[in-house]
Design a binder for this molecule. Structure first.
Ligand SMILES: [Zn+2]
Length: 304
């Protein structure tokens, strides 16, 4: 069983607190992982407010435990409190990840803007988000980013075409079955797509059949498939903070079952692109997640 851990970092707090804790735990366990970092401002309060806005903001805030999960500073970031920078606030954390041998990639610039408005900001807006994100990455690390993971698993043709021009090694923008090449109309993109294959913790938490951490862990241990590449996305704000202990237990259980952990860049490097399926990107809805996400469509052809 092969497991690629994709760690999305969406917030200031996630990078400042969650990432160092995760990195220390993963290093102790000898586990490879790929960190994807939002490079711009932390407007996550706006996303949380949007979710809660409709009826009874405060009541809903307590019921959904948004504050317990994210803390007040993050819940209000970009609303009544100013948005804090994410990557630019913690360049040393990013450099430290690289020194420890972890993979680093870009998780957009303004996560909330991308996730909420990708179709509204137009081609130039999408290109500007990507440009700012890649420039910030270069400024902090001194290197060009080699991988991109779309905020909120949202992408469109403009984003796909702009990333094709960026000549990165791979993208991880969608949910799906396994690595593939994306088709836009008649065009088959060269950039490899490595999709997330398992549901995220925030999608499964709260399911009535999974009442506690032990049940959630059993669910995941069944969910990871042998003889295949499992790409599991976690969040620095969740598995790196409130859920760190449960996540460490899961890592040890996976190791006991013989799981081999790989960085996504290793997957990208060994893949023969000519053998990959070609698929369109479709939009689907997932249980436990609001709105649409981009997903791997049916195989159009194999080995072409
Ligand atoms: Zn994210």
């Amino acid at each position: 069983m092969e497991v690629a851990l994709k760690i999305d970092v969406d917030t200031h707090q996630g990078l400042g607190i969650g990432v160092p804790r995760l990195a220390a735990m993963l290093e102790r366990e000898g586990v490879a992982a790929s960190f994807f970092i939002s490079m711009g401002p932390d407007n996550s309060g706006r996303a949380i407010v949007r979710v809660l806005r409709n009826r009874g903001f405060l009541k809903k805030m307590f019921r959904t435990r948004a504050v317990a999960m994210y803390g007040w500073r993050t819940v209000l970031s970009g609303t009544i409190l100013p948005a804090r920078p994410i990557a630019l606030a913690y360049p040393a954390v990013m450099r430290d990840l690289r020194t420890r041998g972890f993979e680093l990639g870009v998780h957009g610039y303004d996560h909330v803007r991308w996730q909420d408005q990708i179709d509204a900001i137009g081609d130039s807006g999408v290109r500007a988000e990507l440009h700012d994100a890649f420039e910030a990455f270069r400024a902090i690390t001194g290197e060009s980013a080699r991988a991109f993971a779309a905020p909120g698993w949202r992408t469109n043709d403009a984003a796909a075409r702009a990333l094709e021009k960026a000549k990165i090694d791979y993208r991880s923008d969608t949910r799906g079955r396994g690595p593939y090449r994306c088709a836009i109309g008649d065009q088959i993109l060269a950039t490899l797509e490595i999709p997330t294959t398992t549901p995220t913790l925030d999608e499964v938490m709260g399911r009535p059949e999974l009442p506690d951490a032990a049940a959630v862990m059993r669910y995941y241990l069944d969910e990871f498939k042998p003889d295949t590449l499992n790409v599991h996305t976690i969040h620095a704000e969740t598995e790196g903070m409130g859920q760190l202990e449960s996540f460490s237990v899961m890592i040890r259980a996976l190791k006991e079952r013989g799981a081999k952990f790989v960085a996504m860049r290793e997957v990208a490097a060994r893949i023969n692109r000519a053998e990959l399926p070609v698929c369109e990107i479709v939009r689907i809805e997932l249980p436990g997640r609001a709105g649409w996400v981009a997903a791997q469509g049916p195989d159009r052809s194999v080995g072409q």
